[in-house]
Design a protein around this ligand. Structure first.
Ligand SMILES: [Zn+2]
Length: 145
């Protein structure tokens, strides 16, 4: 048993050092890589139910492009691509993060929108009627929880 553990550890070290040497000087993983990986998984899931050759082709193309980006040595170009992705996905990502935060803090806080400036506000979850001051536009408004 101990011999197996030793061999397993040795194998893990070999894989780790191989990965380290293979990725030295390469661009690696970024936000766009993670996004494309999620897209690949969604496309693969869809293909369980609908076998469309076009989707298969799109999935393979994204997969190859993703690997190309990870192993690319042109850091500037990959960085620019990632910045472009971050720029255009900012609204969606901030909306998604807000939904996640609302879910995680749903027991302690309630989220309300300021009627004046549409800013999202976090209000402590205490039952009753409260007057809330928006920190952005300094407007007072009533909130019923
Ligand atoms: Zn406001």
């Amino acid at each position: 048993m101990n011999d197996f553990k030793y061999q397993w550890h040795k194998l893990k070290c070999k894989i780790s050092s191989f990965m380290h040497s293979a990725l030295t000087g390469r661009y690696g993983i970024d936000h766009l890589y993670r996004f494309l990986t999620v897209i690949i998984y969604i496309l693969l899931f869809i293909q369980i139910f609908f076998r469309v050759k076009f989707l298969y082709l799109v999935t393979i193309t994204i997969l190859i492009y993703n690997f190309y980006r990870v192993f690319s040595k042109n850091h500037q170009a990959r960085y620019r691509e990632n910045q472009l992705y971050l720029k255009y996905s900012k609204k969606f990502r901030s909306w998604f993060n807000l939904q996640k935060r609302k879910f995680v803090e749903r027991k302690e806080y309630r989220f309300r929108v300021c009627p004046n400036c549409k800013q999202n506000l976090r209000v402590k979850n205490v039952k009753g009627k409260h007057t809330v001051k928006c920190p952005k536009c300094k407007t007072d408004f009533e909130v019923r929880l």
